[in-house]
Design a protein around this ligand. Structure first.
Ligand SMILES: C[S@@+](CC[C@H](N)C(=O)[O-])C[C@H]1O[C@@H](n2cnc3c(N)ncnc32)[C@H](O)[C@@H]1O
Length: 272
């Protein structure tokens, strides 16, 4: 355990300038790390098999995290302790529950492996808002969606904010990045999925129709916040589905739309 007195300490390289989104997005995949913020999220990441590179923590949280400190020792990850004002000057933001871990980023797995055995999956096409990505993961975990695929231009599910909004479900629901899109639609079809584009398209069928008789394996595709799904994706899909709305509302937030669709087509569960 190292007690830090100086924000320029070279051991803090993983943690500096965290608020600069552009820098983090460039740096994290390249350097193979992601951040887990708060003891709870760190615990969830550890439970899912992720490994720590190091841990940064304020002294007053130490007594509550004996298990995390034990894991750090077992994994050979240094624990750096600093008072809260120093932590804030290092990271550039107020640290929620005083702990931040730099974690090794896992290698991405092939699509076929990630969706093996799944009855419901969702593809996020070019979604750039980390909050929306986290919210989709949370609904996916809660409503029986067993894998998440993100397109090459979609933002990073392991970005700090996505992790936090997902309540750690980004560690629970298997996910990967597809290499080509909308080319990947064909791969999903070959793997036995009916690919359903969730789109505000006049020719789309009502969600109730699909929900009344959902296919055995269903891949939902959700579009970006601004323009929605690409026309090529809508053309490539097997089904195009619309959630009917009232009140003069023209669209739902992408995460809200996903939650509605996942719930309506949830796979049967055993028990009450
Ligand atoms: C905010 S909407 C995008 C709105 C965009 N202007 C459009 O025309 O698609 C983001 C995504 O949520 C989904 N979505 C939102 N409301 C929907 C609805 N009523 N029916 C089907 N999909 C919807 C779609 O996947 C859409 O691409």
């Amino acid at each position: 355990m190292v007690r830090l007195a100086d924000a320029d300490d070279p051991r803090l390289r993983d943690y500096t300038r965290l608020t600069d989104v552009r820098l983090r997005v460039v740096k994290e995949p390249a350097e193979g790390l992601f951040m887990a913020e708060s003891t709870q999220v760190i615990r969830r990441a550890l439970r899912a098999g992720h490994r720590m590179r190091s841990l940064l923590v304020a002294p007053r949280w130490l007594p509550d995290m004996a298990d995390v400190l034990e894991a750090a020792a077992a994994q050979g990850a240094p624990v750096m302790v600093a008072e809260e004002p120093l932590l804030q000057s290092i990271t550039g933001f107020h640290l929620h529950r005083g702990a931040l871990a730099s974690m090794h980023r896992p290698a991405l797995r092939p699509v076929a492996e990630v969706v093996a055995g799944a009855r419901r999956v969702v593809v996020l096409e070019d979604v750039v808002d980390h909050t929306n990505i986290g919210a989709v993961f949370r609904s996916a975990a809660a409503m029986g969606v067993e894998a998440v695929l993100v397109t090459p231009r979609c933002a990073d599910p392991l970005y700090r904010r996505s992790v936090r909004v997902s309540m750690g479900t980004v560690f629970q629901v298997p996910w990967t990045r597809v290499e080509t899109w909308p080319g990947g639609v064909e791969e999903l079809r070959q793997l036995g999925f009916v690919v359903a584009a969730l789109a505000l398209d006049e020719r789309a069928e009502n969600l109730d129709v699909l929900a009344a008789d959902p296919p055995e394996r269903l891949a939902w595709v959700l579009g970006t916040e601004g323009d929605g799904l690409r026309p090529g994706t809508v053309r490539a899909a097997d089904r195009v589905v619309r959630i009917p709305m009232t009140g003069g509302v023209d669209s739902l937030n992408v995460a809200a739309a996903g939650a509605v669709a996942f719930w309506a087509t949830r796979p049967p569960v055993a028990g009450p």
